[in-house]
Design a protein around this ligand. Structure first.
Ligand SMILES: [Zn+2]
Length: 156
């Protein structure tokens, strides 16, 4: 169990009730999953709302805002779609994708972190990412089937 003195970051308030969250380890958040990667991790937890957020590696700095089960699932889904845009085929630079998403959501780029999104923003991110990925697929298919530029088709 981490002692009080090891916590340097002020507790992020719970997204739902506004109470200060408690610093806990993964053992508290995932009591039924005994996993060496999960248990030592640090989390900020609101037990009243079952809302929590993980921390950046080896720190007490939260990765975003505390989220309940519904919001955690929504963020995971949004991340899954969004990450395809800069990880998969036809990818764009990550920074550029974040800038486009921020523009779409109407928020500043520096505030554009899925770990801070609410349910509505997660849904918007998921839909936007899916549309963008589809559009790219269509474009890349078209590109591969277009006749090369500068070369005239044979006139029969
Ligand atoms: Zn709470």
């Amino acid at each position: 169990m981490a002692g009080e003195e090891s916590v340097k970051t002020p507790a992020p308030p719970c997204t739902y009730c506004g109470r200060d969250t408690e610093p806990v380890t993964g053992k508290k958040v995932y009591p039924h999953i005994q996993h060496e990667d999960l248990w030592p991790g640090k989390y900020w937890l609101c037990e009243y709302c079952n809302a929590y957020v993980g921390c950046h590696a080896d720190s007490d700095i939260p990765l975003g805002t505390p989220a309940n089960g519904e919001l955690r699932r929504a963020r995971t889904k949004a991340h899954k779609q969004f990450d395809k845009l800069w990880r998969g085929a036809n990818k764009s630079p990550r920074k550029q994708i974040y800038e486009s998403l921020a523009h779409h959501l109407g928020i500043p780029t520096e505030k554009c972190h899925i770990g801070m999104f609410d349910l509505k923003q997660c849904k918007m991110t998921e839909d936007w990412s899916r549309d963008k990925a589809l559009l790219r697929q269509v474009r890349s298919i078209k590109k591969n089937h277009e006749p090369r530029r500068g070369r005239k088709r044979k006139q029969w």
